[in-house]
Structure formats: structure tokens, C-alpha cells
Design a protein around this ligand. Sequence first.
Ligand code: HEM
Length: 388
Amino acid sequence: MGGAYLIKVHCMIRRHSFPYLTHYAHHLIKPLLGYHRLWAHRSYNAGPAMSFVLALLGAGAVEGSIKWWSRGHRAHHRWTDTEKDPYSAHRGLFFSHLGWMLIKRPGWKIGHADVDDLNKNKLVQWQHKNYLALIFLMGVVFPTAVAGLGWGDWRGGYFYAAILRLVFVHHATFCVNSLAHWLGEGPFDDRHSPRDHFITAFMTLGEGYHNFHHQFPQDYRNAIRFYQYDPTKWVIATCAFFRLASHLKTFPENEVRKGQLQMIEKRVLEKKTKLQWGTPIADLPVMSFEDYHHACKNDNKKWILLEGVVYDVAEFMSEHPGGEKYLKMGIGKDMTAAFNGGMYDHSNAARNLLSLMRVAVVEFGGEVEAQKKNPSIPVYGDDHAKAA
Ligand code: HEM
């Protein structure tokens, strides 16, 4: 008995899954196209026919009227992650997903958002006034009738296209407030919770590039690269092609790149702070060339002067890949030229090694200054022939 029932369900799913899946995608995309990108963010303009269809089908998603939804969404953008954010991700994954609907909060606790433009919009006002009738018509009657009249499956239409579809569509759109603030990375700004991730994008038909979206909310795209999954953007672009939509807004690539590069810089900086870079040159004590020279000659310091900075090579001398001899020869002298190609043009790695050996800076900088001050001071070159 149970087995026969399962087989029947299986056959039904096989027979009707395509139209129901299409129906699901279409019911999900309508609120995203209309409520989110058209009315909440005004990321493009829609002609009267398209606006009307979006208002009707958007009501069928049973997520509130355009006005109510957009007000909440604009507040979410303005007050992201704060107490006044209606779906604050900081209150946990469950709260941002659907907990916010279960907890009764006085209206003043939710941050203010300007919806004057929507108050002036006749279609939005009409949908708001007739919302209850529209959700019954578009949320239940319409999908049931499509399946019933389309392929004679009234019961399937009611259960799959109306009720089950509502559950899926609700959870998918709720993921924009929950999963998209939890899973992934913040390539444009990581001060707040919105994140970019393909999985969220897949589940929400493109809304998962949420970090980008919170940075550039008026951009009609959520995904900016051709390989990223954003069917809602594709539908808007197609509508624009057929002149149903116009004035698609995009942020200048220059501004988008700036944010990305700043985040890359920030991450590089974070990694850099985990390494040792030696005492910054600005924090080193200053000494005269004579003092440097004197310390090496009389105090047995194993110091070398390069580009105006004194380095202690005592421990490194025996490790020097070029041999100990060259470093010994350089002690107490200015070896800038030798280090930079006069003898051997050192690598970046050699320069990095140097940073940990800093001792002091020499007044007036490098060898030229030193030579000018005291031409009798030996620099590299005088005894080069002897060393070689
Ligand atoms: C504290 C200062 C110095 C450091 C940290 C240093 C470090 C190094 C390092 C890491 C190398 C391996 C190749 C490379 O990375 O470029 C190298 C090679 C070499 N260095 Fe130095 N060096 C210093 C000073 C000098 C001076 C003053 C001379 C010459 C008077 C010199 C002559 C050479 C030569 C000839 C080689 C080539 C070795 C070979 O590949 O056969 N170095 N040095």
C-alpha cells in the first residue's frame, strides 16, 4: 500500500517536475526582479506592462506588499547589522532567516527608511490596498489554475505550485537575509556581514553576490563577472533588449575595482603584520659616518653601511652566500655600490634579509655624502682589487 503510494508520487514528480520547477523559478524571480531590484533599489525602470505583471506576480510570492517589503529592505540596507536592522545577521542565522517574523517588535525599533517615492507610485499604492485579495488570487488560485487547466493536475497545482512552492520560494528569499550574510567572503568591504558566495547565488537566482549588492545597491547586477550566476540580471537585460525595461544602472568599473583593490590591500597588510620586518628606518637612531666608522674600527662592531643604513652582519657573515670575505671587507665602509651591482646585484630576498639587521641610519645618507664630508674615508672600490 505504502509502496504503491510512493510509486504514484514518484511518477507524478517525474511527469510534472519540469513545469513545477519552471513555475518555482519563475515565482522566485518575480519578487527579486520587481520587489528587490525595481522597487526597493530602483536599479532600472520598467514599462507599465512589465511593472503591472511584476506587481501581480510579486504579490503571489506572499512576502508582503511592495511598499511593506521595500520599506523593510531599505531599512535593512541603511541599518545593516545594527539593532535597527529588521533582519540583523548579528542576532544569529535563525533570526535573520525567519526569526525576525516570529518575534514581535514595536515599529520604532526598526530603523527608518525613506519610501516617499513608493508612496507616490499609483501601482504600488494599488497593490498595497488590494494586497490580501491579490495574494489569494496570485498565490493560490493562479498557480492551481495553471496546473489544472494546463495539464489537468488541479491537486498537484494546489500542493506543488501553490503551497510547496511558497515554502521553497520563502526559504530561498529568506536566504538572502540569512545565508548571504553568513557564507562566503567580502571582496568589496568586510566591515559588515554581507557575503558573496555561489551557493547562495544558486539558491536565490543571483542574489548571493550580496557583498557587492550592499556596496552598490543601485546596480541592476548582483554578479559583475560573466561567469557568475545571476539569472535575475539576465532577465532584466533581456527585458531591456525587448524594450520592456530601461535605464539599467551600473556603478562605474573604476569604483568597483577600487573597493576590490582596497580589500586586497587590507588582506595583504594583515598577512604582512604576521611577518618580521625589522625596526622601521624612521625609528632607528641617527649616527654620523665617523661614529659608525669608529665603532667598527675601535669597538669591534661588525657593521656595514648600505644606502645610508647601518647593518649588523656579525651573525650573518659566515652564512653569506657570496662568502664571508666580502662582508669582512665591507665592515666600517659604505658598500652601497658593491651591494647594488658594483660587485654583485643583490636580489629582493637579500634586501629582505637586510631589514632584520638594521642598527642605525647615518647622517646625510650614503657614500656620496660621506665621501664629500671626508674624502679620506675608504669606500668599496679602493681595496676591491685586494679582496678579489
Ligand atoms: C649585509 C649585507 C648583505 C647581505 C644580506 C647579502 C646577502 C646575499 C644573498 C642572500 C646572496 C644570494 C644571492 C641573492 O640573493 O642575491 C648574496 C650573494 C652575493 N653577495 Fe651578498 N649580501 C650582502 C652584502 C654583500 C657585499 C657587501 C658584497 C660584496 C662586497 C656581497 C657580494 C655577494 C656576491 C659576490 C654574491 C654572489 C654569490 C654567488 O652567487 O656566487 N654581498 N648576498
